[in-house]
Design a protein around this ligand. Structure first.
Ligand code: GLN
Length: 363
């Protein structure tokens, strides 16, 4: 069935509807990864966004049982140039089309994604609807393009505390702002027992879990919609090593008094170069964010450790005195390169050091 992506600037892009034929509304963003669409579909950070894949052929290895980043997709639409109907992979369980349909997500394929992405790059991010062609003419002119909801993190966070892994040398409490599964998996792979908690869990409850360190996860929407969560983050930083990823990085920066800004169209892809200013080393990283920490607003307590090689934006921060650090990119990748995995070692070494100090205090 024919469908359209109707953009708030009045432009429309045509294609074939796939998946659910429910109308989809969201901020239209693009991702430049050649692979990893299953992880992108289920990364909660895409809540209320319509994701356009710039790589033309998507769906060619189908959907498998292992690569989900969350139980369900939170995005509101998926746009491709060519969605493959005959996937081939030994782990493939279903087609992209079947998965979108089963999850109630609308997709649009056969779209001129090149010109769509050029438009987004020129104009900045745009909001849009995916609708059936039959509806489009009736709707156009009557549609409004409201801002995204401001409670997205609270919508996607776990409703209750749960144990992700029960064995491990270090106990990490993961504050779930919309966490990708691979963050907890990567912690477990680095010898951590992980307890996942709702983003609003009070500090006393976190303290009672006796963590060795705190992980602040990725998450959807504008970081400034979560100012109520900042006092707890500040308080936790006084007591525990902290590692923040993406939304976790932005909230950490806000907690110490920095500001965040909306970027023109963000960074979403699997090959963003990031430089570690301490070593001069460049990492190829996986990214998905539309906001950035404003380096001009950084307080004296925070140091920039990493910058984006393409546009110079802040990619990593460290507290000047506390074992608290964060990155804007995704060291857990999924999808993407694993160059930055060593940050998990930095976190476990901070937790070891804290244990050393505690032992020293005890003797
Ligand atoms: N992946 C993330 O955590 C994204 C953080 C935030 N929602 C942004 O777009 O910048």
């Amino acid at each position: 069935m024919k469908g359209y992506l109707l953009l708030e600037n009045g432009h429309r892009f045509s294609g074939e509807l796939i998946g659910s034929n429910r109308r989809g509304y969201g901020e239209v963003v693009f991702h430049t990864g050649m692979t990893g669409y299953q992880e992108i579909l289920t990364d909660p950070s895409y809540a209320n966004q319509i994701v356009v894949m710039t790589y033309p052929l998507i769906g060619n290895y189908g959907i498998n049982a292992d690569d989900f980043e969350a139980k369900k997709p939170w995005l509101t639409g998926f746009v491709t140039s060519d969605a493959c109907t005959k996937p081939s992979h030994n782990a493939c369980e279903k087609t992209l089309h079947a998965y979108l349909e089963e999850q109630g997500i609308v997709g649009l394929t056969g779209v001129d994604t090149r010109s769509l992405v050029r438009m987004i790059r020129q104009h900045g991010s745009l909001k849009g609807y995916i609708v059936r062609a039959a509806e489009a003419d009736l709707l156009e002119g009557t549609l409004s393009y409201p801002s995204l909801p401001r409670d997205l993190v609270k919508k996607v966070t776990t409703p209750e505390i749960y144990q992700h892994s029960i064995e491990g040398e270090h106990h990490v409490v993961l504050l779930d702002f919309g966490a990708k599964a691979n963050i907890a998996d990567s912690l477990a792979a680095h010898g951590c027992r992980v307890t996942v908690v709702p983003c609003t869990t009070p500090v006393e409850i976190i303290r009672a879990l006796q963590p060795d360190g705190i992980m602040l996860s990725n998450g959807p929407g504008d970081p400034q919609d979560n100012l109520d969560l900042l006092p707890a983050i500040r308080e936790l930083g006084e007591e525990f090593p902290i590692f923040g990823i993406c939304m976790g990085h932005q909230l950490l920066a806000l907690a110490y008094g920095a500001k965040t800004l909306k970027m023109k169209f963000g960074h979403r892809g699997s090959n963003h170069p990031v430089k570690d200013l301490r070593t001069g080393k460049v990492y190829i990283t996986s990214q998905n964010h539309g906001y950035t920490v404003d380096d001009a607003s950084l307080p004296n307590t925070l140091r920039v450790t990493h910058v984006n090689v393409n546009d110079g934006t802040v990619e990593g921060l460290r507290h000047h005195a506390l074992p608290v650090f964060s990155v804007q990119y995704h060291p857990e990748a999924a999808p993407g390169p694993e160059d930055a995995r060593e940050l998990f070692l930095e976190f476990t070494s901070n937790m070891n050091e804290r244990k050393g100090h505690r032992l020293a205090y005890a003797t």
